[in-house]
Design a protein around this ligand. Structure first.
Ligand code: FMN
Length: 185
């Protein structure tokens, strides 16, 4: 158990955004690359705010910072590809999130005729279209309708935690009960 000196505390209204960011960093998250061909060019945006939302209709969401220039390009595309990165792909996450002109060099991508682009070897891939948005403070929640999805059962998705890319252990916790998918309605 961590002692008190390891604890971060944030309180409104004095706590700063930088401190809140450190609290948010304690929440483990997947790393999803959202990619599409826009005006003949590959465009990529990385989101650790990727969340499955609804089964019927099939929806996922991401939270996008207001003013993101990359998202401004992606939001007009008809279809986009979501690739949940696999542990072996952690080194490309920051690159895909950057504005580097050569950021796709050496990255194995698969582009579909309808515009969506995938990172080859990702743990989960989804073809999505934007279904709606909701304002959320300095971010916007973007709801995406899933047209097609694929998951690799053996994949080990990378986990973003404490501002680092980490791997999951495949070992279930000793006393954890198995939770069948059918019980989660
Ligand atoms: C691991 C990681 C997770 C990120 N998650 C988000 C996110 O959830 N929402 C967001 O708006 N930006 C997120 N970003 C930043 C975006 O990926 C985006 O590429 C970056 O903001 C590019 O700048 P621009 O938005 O000004 O174009 C993340 C970046 C990284 C490396």
């Amino acid at each position: 158990m961590a002692d008190d000196s390891d604890h971060l505390t944030w309180t409104r209204p004095l706590g700063s955004a930088a401190e809140l960011k450190r609290i948010f960093a304690g929440v483990p998250a997947p790393v999803a690359a959202l990619c599409a061909t826009v005006d003949g060019e590959n465009v990529s945006f990385v989101a650790s705010s990727f969340v499955p939302v609804s089964l019927d209709p099939p929806l996922v969401s991401v939270c996008v910072r207001t003013g993101s220039t990359t998202w401004a390009r992606l939001r007009g595309c008809g279809r986009l590809g979501i690739s949940v990165l696999e542990r072996a792909q952690s080194h490309i996450a920051r690159r895909l999130a950057s504005h580097a002109p050569d950021k796709f060099t050496g990255i194995d991508l698969s582009a579909e005729a309808s515009g969506e682009v995938f990172v080859v070897g990702a743990a989960v891939t989804m073809t999505c279209s934007i279904a709606g948005t909701a304002p959320a403070g300095d971010h916007e929640i973007v709801f995406l309708l899933i047209e097609r999805a694929q998951a690799c059962a053996e994949a080990e998705p990378v986990v973003f935690h404490g501002s680092r890319f980490r791997s999951l252990s495949r070992e279930p916790l000793a006393h954890a009960e198995w939770w069948p998918l059918t019980e989660w309605q």
